[in-house]
Design a protein around this ligand. Structure first.
Ligand SMILES: [Zn+2]
Length: 464
């Protein structure tokens, strides 16, 4: 029997407060990434580095002059305008084996305008429907006052995420000047909308086999936080016999200790990978890699990392879908996140291991390297894939350009999918700005779709 003492509490809190925000988001934009095939932005999102294409995160293109904000966009993306071929592009053009054609243009996912991450976060808050924002009022009936003792490396931002509170107010309540760092051990008064248990400390003596990374994975702690928290005692290098303090999150540790993966390929995905923050402003800790498989190809091996729950849901869905449909074409997975999350070129989201791009599957019998224009796509196969993604219980949204949703809708209707299921699954025909359906419009998602998975119950500092 796995020991998960606090899981029920966390699940209850997540249910109550709504991890699934379901509200509108505006596409926000990050600084231009370098053109495809030459350079790509590095993990930190600045300092372009020369790299071959496979190591680059998804490529970006030059921004079009304007990009209309779309409701509920995943923030990585107003693709194209400039670059995208018309939907009815002649077969011969796309089939031409020019070198460009071999490039993965389907997942060009660039932002339309450029803004910085702070602006993006504000936009996101502005578009929020309110049940997931980091604001809390003194008369909030759900909120309770708690005292939190700050653990090493813990930030005000993390505490705000953890307790669904507000970073500015946490500073005000505790007389902390804006921008100042809070020191470990300090006790803070926080009005909390949920109360996962705080981090706990365990003292370990390092063995021959221990590294910061291995201990971090074992306890669900960010290895660099672990190293920083112990720098004053053992320096940067961990040697056998060193005594170190591990400040672990009991909820995450319980998820690792009691890990009980579903049978099948998901069992190969490492436990305990989690996100901190929002998809458009966050990071991934102890990222889980999408395993290699004959069922799909990974177009960006350097950006094939996610949370344990998201990667498991993704590959379980794909394997189930293949078994159910017998689809024998090629399924190509684009960018998910970097191993440690944060920004990747051409996206604003994809920062916390819960977003992934998947190329629209072509009809069988077509050359599988063709651009997946609407008329070449196997829409019934897409529908079936969306259904199994929904059935994982972990899919929060699927983004697909509205102009293609009609094809999806038609395929479902032709195959006898009941109207109420169509209504639940897909925004069409209620308009691209409407707040209906698992499948939502986002401009630029017309060669691929984008899946956003939910925060898992063990992700105590996950939002959005
Ligand atoms: Zn995407």
């Amino acid at each position: 029997m796995p020991r998960r003492p606090h899981a029920a509490l966390v699940i209850a809190a997540l249910t109550l407060l709504g991890c699934d925000r379901g509200g509108a988001e505006l596409p926000a934009i990050e600084p231009a990434a370098a053109p495809m095939g030459s350079k790509c932005a590095d993990d930190a999102g600045d300092a372009p580095i020369v790299s071959n294409l496979e190591d680059c995160p998804e490529p970006a293109i030059a921004p079009p002059p304007s990009a209309a904000p779309a409701v509920d966009a995943p923030n990585d993306a107003a693709q194209l305008a400039a670059d995208a071929p018309a939907t009815e592009e002649p077969e011969a053009v796309a089939a031409a084996p020019a070198e460009d054609a071999a490039l993965p243009r389907w997942d060009v996912d660039a932002a339309g305008e450029l803004r910085d991450a702070d602006a993006a976060e504000n936009d996101d808050d502005a578009a929020d429907d309110g049940d997931d924002d980091e604001s809390v009022d003194d008369d909030d009936p759900e909120a309770v006052w708690i005292t939190h003792r700050v653990a090493p490396t813990e930030t005000i931002r993390q505490l705000a995420l953890r307790y669904r509170s507000d970073p500015g107010k946490i500073r005000t309540w505790n007389g902390l000047p804006s921008g100042s760092k809070v020191r470990a051990g300090k006790k803070l008064k926080i009005l909390a909308k949920r109360t996962p248990p705080p981090r706990e400390k365990i003292r370990l003596t390092a063995t021959e086999d221990d590294t910061w990374g291995r201990i971090g994975h074992r306890f669900g702690v960010d290895p660099s936080d672990l190293r920083k928290a112990n720098a004053h005692r053992v320096g940067r290098r961990l040697d056998p016999g060193d005594a170190i303090d591990v400040w672990y999150d009991p909820t995450i540790y319980a998820a690792i200790e009691g890990d009980d993966p579903p049978p099948g390929p998901a069992a190969a995905v490492s436990p305990g990978a989690y996100g901190i923050g929002r998809p458009q402003d966050g990071r991934l800790v102890n990222g889980a890699r999408i395993p290699e498989s004959d069922a799909y190809e990974l177009r960006y091996p350097g950006s094939a990392w996610g949370t344990t729950a998201a990667v498991r849901a993704l590959i379980t869905a794909i394997h189930t879908w293949r078994a159910d449909t017998g689809y024998a074409g090629r399924l190509a997975i684009g960018a998910m996140s970097r191993e440690r999350g944060r920004k990747i070129g051409g996206h604003l989201s994809h920062q916390t291991g819960r977003d992934v791009d998947v190329r629209l599957p072509l009809r069988e019998g077509l050359r599988q390297d063709l651009t997946p224009l609407g008329r070449r796509v196997d829409w019934w196969a897409v529908w079936r894939l969306f259904v199994v993604l929904e059935e994982t219980g972990m899919t929060r949204r699927i983004f697909l350009d509205y102009k293609l949703q009609k094809r999806l809708y038609k395929a479902a209707k032709e195959h006898g999918v009941p109207a109420e299921v169509r209504r639940r699954m897909i925004q069409f025909p209620r308009g691209p700005g409407t707040n209906f359906g698992l499948v939502r419009h986002s401009p630029g998602h017309d060669r691929h779709f984008h899946v956003r998975f939910r925060c898992a119950d063990y992700e105590t500092e996950c939002a959005g």
